[in-house]
Write a protein that binds this ligand. Structure first.
Ligand SMILES: Cc1cc2nc3c(=O)[nH]c(=O)nc-3n(C[C@H](O)[C@H](O)[C@H](O)COP(=O)(O)OP(=O)(O)OC[C@H]3O[C@@H](n4cnc5c(N)ncnc54)[C@H](O)[C@@H]3O)c2cc1C
Length: 435
């Protein structure tokens, strides 16, 4: 039998590696089990400025700066480009940071996990957690590496296993959102046209009638392109994910007009039915963080931000519980309350995004009451802490509600068939080329 760890972590993605780094720095004996060998593919490439403070505390800013493309803002446009907003993060209400990064996740996750090991965490790659046992004073995990199986004991377990939600499934805590049954398909492309200068670093979100697209520049020449639609709509297409992505790109003028020299350079990946929440985020001996706690929707790029935030908060709650076991219950309760509150804020924003009139409002920004600067701040991840942002968001939601009945902002079509410009096929289209 192995010695007793303070904390065992399932999963070495951003939430697990963040928690491991903070716990190791606090002097805790922490072990991370990651079933894959990094680098490995992951989706979730656009980070938020709101994570920059945590990156500073983690001590990874120099590594980020040297490896990844800065992201100075975000653009949202409607199908034909008739509604469009471009936000530089530095102009957001109360902006503290002018940038985030867009990252190839395989490299980012490896950098973060290596950083945890450099800070003193024990990292076991290619080691999967196979089963869980919970006692009053400790947890016991059965882990498997190659053909070898071992038992590991720890005072606490932190589940960072991602959408697999190992502990959530064990205790049957997972609930899906019936209104967010989405399907997503995505790939990387070389040589997609992009804007000059700083706007060339922006994430672009394109809102169509029954779908939306992302364009995320990952390097000077590589771009991630993805599409999100209802699962039922994807099934009705009766196409492979690859064919669906290809056709959707051809039908979307805001993207197709930029694909003249483009070549797909990765295989096509897909994900579906990924929006859910666990009804409880803690027990006597465990906490859930990152996607293992819940994932709402990719639209506002909040996944890694919430993973890092909850990883850090969980590390501090666990450290305090180890120091003072009597305070455990109140610490864990507070951890859960804070994380559920932030997820609720994002859930409301996401639910609004899927109303057609939301696109009309957000792409026609007015800075009365600093509403445009507030929308910008929210896109940077600043949704949670400030009263100044909160009340302005209430006004924004009121405008979105009224827009349904009164055209406070110009009406725009979200149907690409209504576009009169940009619909021509680019000259040298190679977007469908296989890798
Ligand atoms: C279509 C789509 C687009 C997205 N786009 C964005 C975006 O632009 N920006 C953004 O911030 N987020 C985005 N996300 C969300 C993002 O992918 C996740 O929120 C983020 O990866 C969560 O990090 P995590 O550490 O919690 O989990 P993960 O990154 O999933 O890591 C979990 C790790 O646990 C390991 N694991 C699982 N089970 C076990 C086990 N039993 N034993 C050992 N190891 C195990 C896995 O191998 C994995 O490495 C997107 C999500 C989707 C579906």
């Amino acid at each position: 039998m192995e010695s007793l760890y303070d904390v065992a972590i399932i999963g070495g993605g951003p939430s697990g590696s963040t928690a491991a780094t903070f716990l190791a720095r606090l002097g805790r004996k922490v072990i991370v089990f990651e079933r894959e060998k990094f680098p490995r593919f992951r989706i979730g490439e656009s980070l938020l400025p709101q994570s920059m403070d945590a990156f500073e505390r983690l001590g990874v800013v120099e590594k980020l700066e040297s490896k990844f493309l800065p992201k100075y803002g975000a653009e949202i446009t409607t199908s034909c480009g008739t509604g469009r907003v471009k936000n530089l993060f530095r102009n957001g209400l109360g902006a503290k940071h002018d940038r985030a990064y867009q990252v190839t996740r395989s490299d980012f996750d490896k950098m973060m996990l290596d950083h945890a090991a450099e800070n003193g965490a024990t990292v076991m790659e290619e080691t999967s957690v196979e089963s869980l046992g919970f006692g009053p004073e400790e947890v016991e995990l059965v882990v498997k590496n190659g053909g070898e199986t071992k038992k590991i004991r720890a005072r606490y377990l932190l589940d960072c296993s991602g959408r697999g939600s190992m502990v959530g499934n064990y205790f049957k805590l997972r609930r899906s959102y019936e209104n967010l049954k989405k399907f997503s398909v995505f790939a990387h492309y070389e040589n997609v046209d992009r804007d000059e200068g700083v706007e060339g670093t922006f994430i672009r979100l394109i809102r169509g009638r029954d779908r939306w697209f992302w364009m995320i520049p990952l390097t000077a020449t590589k771009m991630s392109i993805g599409i999100v639609m209802d699962i039922v709509d994807f099934k009705a297409l009766k196409q492979t994910p690859e064919a669906a992505l290809d056709q959707a790109i051809r039908e979307q003028p805001q993207i197709w007009s930029r694909m003249g020299e483009a070549t797909r350079v990765t295989e096509v990946h897909s994900a579906s039915d990924y929006s859910y929440r666990n009804i409880s985020l803690y027990g006597d001996r465990w906490l859930l963080a990152g996607d293992a706690a819940g994932f709402i929707d990719p639209i506002f790029s909040t996944g890694v931000f919430l993973g890092i935030r909850s990883g850090e908060d969980a590390a501090h709650a666990l450290d305090q519980a180890l120091k003072n076991p009597r305070s455990r219950s109140s610490l864990f309760k507070k951890y859960e309350r804070d994380l559920q509150r932030v997820m609720n804020l994002y859930l409301r924003f996401v639910n609004n995004w899927y109303k057609p009139q939301f696109a009309e409002v957000i792409t026609h920004p007015v800075n009365n009451l600093k509403l445009a600067a507030t929308g910008n701040a929210v896109l940077a991840g600043n949704l949670s802490n400030s009263f100044a942002v909160w009340w302005r968001m209430e006004v924004f939601y009121l405008v979105v509600f009224l827009q349904r009945y009164l055209p406070l902002c110009p009406r725009v079509s979200l149907n690409p068939k209504d576009c009169t410009v940009l619909s021509s096929r680019p000259s040298k289209a190679k977007a469908v080329a296989r890798v």
